[in-house]
Design a protein around this ligand. Structure first.
Ligand code: SAM
Ligand code: SF4
Length: 311
């Protein structure tokens, strides 16, 4: 279905939990997230039912399973198995538990994974995640994803001034060496996050110092693809500086069953309430159509929490 600005809304991001085994400084407060009643979180069968309804409404092209950390949700593999026949199903994960699940996820129909990694230095990774995560543990997760066929693997790095600036070019080289694609994400000033933003142009400048001037060669979804003079590709996602709203085809379903047409907040639809109060399927499909019709042209980032809406 097209929204009123002509964008085809066919990509659903599903947050399967608000819990996480890390506490990234740009995403969650150190003490963790506010307590949410277990009963407020959708059961797996409810997530499945809502994804099916949204698919019925929009004929989804892609479903991204995210979180919090999706792999801490018990039963996530069976959820993937249930929804992957509907549309290409992918996952964003911090990688900590991925080696344990990669082959089961592949067998369940997951196509590929994006793995978050913000530095090549163990002390910086620990500082950012506030947990004992190391580069070698994430490299093992990447290897297991590649071995299981969850490819191409993309590695997401949130760029933080004075934290991982200075090693962005090294990350591009590292990714090329191990056969994954680096994607740099501008830090968005969300609730619970206290970090310094680096504009996309500065990210490109830093990489160009080592590799020579990079040039934009494509746009894939909300990511601009840049290529170094030696032919290495990497992605830049610039929600703050860039105009990615124009190509946004997404809806987001939170772990509590709220459907959001925009990361920046605004209008939303409480599908959990509709489902639990016995709404007819057609009524819910109609409500999804109405929400898509109200998707804002663009949004100003801030005021919402990434762990809640899944990035
Ligand atoms: N836990 C998983 C992970 O970290 O990959 C999935 C959920 S996480 C919220 C999804 C993505 O959002 C991650 O790539 C993370 O780096 C990104 N993210 C979180 N907070 C952010 C922020 N304030 N600005 C930009 N990206 C952010
Ligand atoms: Fe957890 Fe992902 Fe947020 Fe980090 S970015 S705290 S791994 S949900």
């Amino acid at each position: 279905m097209k929204d009123r600005y002509g964008r085809v809304i066919d990509y659903l991001r599903v947050s399967v939990t608000d819990r996480c085994n890390l506490r990234c400084i740009y995403c969650m407060p150190e003490e963790g997230i506010p307590y949410i009643e277990h009963s407020a979180i959708l059961r797996l069968e409810e997530i499945q039912k809502l994804v099916e309804l949204i698919h019925q409404a929009l004929n989804l092209r892609k479903i991204r399973v995210t979180g919090g950390e999706p792999l801490v949700r018990r039963g996530v593999v069976s959820l993937v198995k249930a929804i992957s026949p509907l549309a290409e199903t992918v996952m964003t994960t911090n990688g900590v538990l991925l080696s344990e699940f990669a082959s089961d996820l592949r067998a369940a129909g997951l196509s590929r994974v994006n793995i978050s990694l913000d530095s090549l230095k163990d002390d910086v990774i620990r500082k950012v995640t506030r947990r004992d995560v190391t580069l070698s543990s994430i490299e093992r997760a990447i290897e297991s994803a590649m071995r299981s066929g969850l490819t191409p693997v993309k590695v997401n790095c949130v760029v933080l001034k004075g934290v991982n600036t200075g090693e962005l070019a090294d990350m591009v080289g590292w990714a090329e060496d191990i056969g994954v694609t680096m994607r740099f994400i501008e830090h968005m000033p969300m609730t619970g996050s206290a970090c310094s933003y680096v504009p996309g142009n500065d990210i490109l400048k830093e990489i160009s110092v080592d590799f020579g001037e990079v040039r934009k060669t494509a746009t894939v979804g909300t990511a601009d693809i840049y290529t170094t003079p030696s032919g290495i590709e990497f992605g830049l996602i610039a929600p703050v500086a860039g105009g990615m709203c124009a190509s946004c085809t997404r809806l987001r379903l939170t772990a509590e069953g709220e459907l959001l047409p925009c990361l920046a907040g605004g209008v939303s639809l409480d599908l959990r309430d509709m489902l639990r109060s016995g709404a007819e399927d057609l009524e819910m499909v109609k409500a999804v159509h109405e929400l898509v019709a109200r998707k804002p042209h663009h949004g100003a980032c801030g005021g919402v929490s990434m762990w809640r809406i899944g990035g």
